[in-house]
Design a protein. Structure first.
Ligand SMILES: NC(=O)NC(NC(N)=O)C(=O)[O-]
Ligand SMILES: [Zn+2]
Ligand SMILES: [Zn+2]
Length: 442
């Protein structure tokens, strides 16, 4: 009789502290033992010689759009693309799915579908909108990770952005049960006025679109929401910061004792305005891509520990909605990237800029699990859930559209050569993705 269900042998195990060769033994979905050599046997053994063993990526920001808009993406396709990219958990945003997750019934509808369709661990953000302050508590009681508000229009009709009163009252309420608010922080006033001006002048290029959503718009919104966090005591998480000028504000607030954290996304680290000009709608998002100096500063911030986590903000749409011709204000804003986060960090971070593997583990697994209270997730240690990704760090590949498991096989990363390839993804002890194939039937 074998002692364990699965043993991964001879891999280089990466934790937030170090990288060292070790064997990992798994039983009942949990890591039972991590040791230089494990003598016992298992029902299944994987030889990870030459591979690095990472805790599975926890993608804290995706829009899988199901129910209600599953022609844009879906829980089956979205979760499979994550597994192929080395992610083992996701936090789905409350909007783009219809009905949006703004009460417990809508949460239940989404989680029923995810239980049926997802091949990785699903978690959910609840929404904070002007209409649902009295529903926040029930959402918390039913297990949402935290709440998400938009400080500028969301682009989705049934998910209104939070005005200042909603933010203030909502944050007071969220603080009362010690949850957290995540914000899309751009100033409505600045973005709307600049966009109106640009369009009236017939200025609709990629650069014009970017100039209509300047960094100051993020700075203004972040400063404002930090002041509400200070006034209410509500925990704050700023999503998709596009610039170190923005992450600086969160770090200053942290130093003053504000309980705040900040995310950036792989695309702000890998792509610039030039990519937007070249790739068009595929690279359109809000906040928009910035110039290369901003990108380099974000890498510095990441290396310095000034960024808590990296997410994909996978916000896909059908190809015809991503097409822009000469008006960059038209077309859906959102990047398809869920499959590529780890690839970006390994290629652009580890290989190109000497970002330590341990830092990658910190911002993709350890910090998300800690910040959002995912017990038993985010680390390769005894007693933790066996959410594991095996990576060949030296293998290069060119991303092709047909390799993408999204509902719509497009992404600004298509055509890019990545170094560092995910070979196997294990979720709760079960191999879900292996050498090019999703191997679970769900
Ligand atoms: N409704 C969306 O999916 N919006 C998303 N769109 C982006 N980032 O361009 C977002 O996260 O703000
Ligand atoms: Zn957003
Ligand atoms: Zn988003």
């Amino acid at each position: 009789m074998s002692t364990f269900d699965l043993i991964i042998r001879n891999g280089q195990v990466v934790t937030a502290e170090s990288t060292a060769q070790a064997d990992i033994a798994i039983k009942d979905g949990k890591i039972q033992k991590v040791a230089a050599t494990i003598e016992e046997t298992a029902v299944k053994e994987i030889d990870a010689k030459g591979l690095h063993v990472f805790p599975g990526v926890i993608d804290t920001h995706v829009h899988f759009n199901e129910p209600g808009r599953s022609e844009w993406e879906g829980l089956a396709t979205g979760s499979r693309s994550l597994a192929k990219g080395g992610a083992t958990s996701f936090f789905d945003m409350p909007l783009n799915s219809t009905p949006p997750v703004i009460n417990k019934e809508n949460l239940q509808a989404k989680s029923d579908l995810a239980d049926e369709k997802s091949v990785v661990n699903p978690f959910y953000w609840g929404g904070l909108v002007p209409e649902n302050i009295d529903k926040l508590k029930e959402l918390d009681e039913n297990g949402v990770i935290g709440f998400k508000a938009f400080m500028s229009p969301s682009g989705i009709e049934d998910f209104n952005n939070a005005d200042d009163e909603t933010l203030y009252k909502g944050m007071k309420e969220i603080a009362s049960f010690n949850s957290i608010l995540a914000v899309h922080a751009e100033s409505t006033v600045i973005c709307d006025q600049l966009a109106t001006e640009k369009i009236a002048q017939g200025k609709t290029s990629a650069r014009d679109f970017v100039e209509s959503r300047p960094i100051i718009s993020e700075i203004e919104a972040v400063r404002r929401v930090i002041s509400y966090a200070e006034a209410t005591g509500c925990k704050l998480h700023v999503v998709h910061a596009s610039s170190r000028k923005v992450t600086d504000l969160i770090n200053e607030a942290k130093k003053r004792g504000v309980d705040a954290s900040v995310e950036t996304c792989a695309h702000y680290l890998a792509l610039t305005v030039k990519d937007l000009e070249e790739k068009g709608g595929l690279a359109k998002c809000a906040p928009p891509l910035r110039d290369s100096e901003e990108v380099e500063q974000l890498w510095v911030a990441l290396a310095n520990g000034e960024i808590d986590m990296i997410a994909s903000d996978h916000s896909p749409a059908p190809a015809d909605m991503k097409t822009v011709t000469d008006n960059f204000f038209e077309g859906w804003g959102g990047i398809s990237g869920a499959q590529s986060t780890l690839n970006v960090l390994l290629t652009e971070g580890y290989h190109k800029r000497n970002l330590p593997l341990e830092k990658i583990v910190e911002v993709t697994a350890v910090n998300p699990a800690k910040r959002f209270g995912l017990e038993g997730k985010g680390s390769l240690a005894e007693g933790f859930d066996a959410d594991i990704t095996l990576v060949n760090l030296d293998e290069s590949f060119e991303l092709k559209a047909e390799d993408l498991l999204y509902r719509h096989q497009h992404s600004p990363y298509v055509g890019k050569t990545f170094k560092g390839n995910v070979k196997t993804t294990i979720v709760n002890g079960e191999v879900v993705y292996d050498h090019g194939e999703i191997v679970v039937g769900k």
